[in-house]
Ligand binder design. Structure first.
Ligand code: PRP
Ligand code: URA
Length: 204
């Protein structure tokens, strides 16, 4: 269920995101460009329906997207991956889940939740860092409790520990990642990773 993004441009963008010398303004632009690639990759199998369109010459058989898409970022770092989805899918609905890891225990607590109707829609959970997997697993449980049945997760960097946790809790949810890294350190940061994504995105 792990789908690594295999594209030279993705690798190039990840390299610059990892670089500690990359300032926030550039980091946001890189995250946006990588988000576009991840949005494309994670929506490859969206359902379509047959349609007919009149070209200037004649009718053509066509395909249109069958259902509206929902994207849900985990605040705060997930916000960096929302605009790429809005750019590609202007009709997307956006929900928000606020989760923050405790700095000592690395256990996430929930502080906000605002979701559109989810039943019958494809829901994409976006959070750039899948570390222990605690935040994403909690968010997926919340989305299911609000009626979501077709779920996928998009991240920038994943750790094996996080993928395993997510797979154990939500085995049917595919995970799309731009980089699958080695492990977590003792503070539950991803190695080699890129540091704290939210801090680097917002210069905090
Ligand atoms: C980061 C990241 C994820 C979470 C991943 O958020 O954006 O949400 O950690 O860690 P996990 O897989 O171990 O749960 P953080 O809690 O630092 O909050 P922020 O987005 O506000 O910076
Ligand atoms: N959150 C981050 O932003 N980075 C990590 O390496 C782990 C969790």
């Amino acid at each position: 269920m792990l789908h690594p993004l295999r594209h030279p441009l993705a690798a190039h963008l990840v390299a610059s995101l990892r670089d500690q010398a990359t300032p926030p303004a550039e980091f946001r632009g890189l995250a946006h460009r990588l988000g576009l690639l991840l949005a494309m990759e994670s929506t490859r199998d969206l359902p379509t329906q047959a349609a007919t369109v009149a070209t200037p010459l004649e009718d053509a058989a066509a395909l249109r997207l069958a259902q509206p898409l929902v994207v849900v970022p985990i605040l705060r770092a997930g916000l960096g991956l929302v605009q790429p989805f809005l750019d590609l899918f202007p009709d997307v609905s956006v929900g928000y889940i606020g989760l923050e890891r405790d700095h000592t225990t690395a256990v996430a607590h929930s502080y906000y939740c605002k979701l559109p109707p989810l039943a019958g829609r494809t829901v994409v959970l976006v959070d750039p860092m899948l570390a222990t997997g605690g935040s994403a697993a909690q968010a997926l449980t919340l989305l299911k409790s609000h009626g979501a049945t077709s779920l996928r997760m998009v991240c920038v960097v994943s750790a094996p520990e996080g993928v395993a946790t997510l797979h154990a809790a939500h085995p049917e949810v595919p995970v799309f990642t731009a980089a699958h890294d080695r492990c977590l350190n003792d503070r539950k940061y991803i190695l080699p990773g890129l540091g704290d994504f939210g801090d680097r995105l917002y210069g905090t």
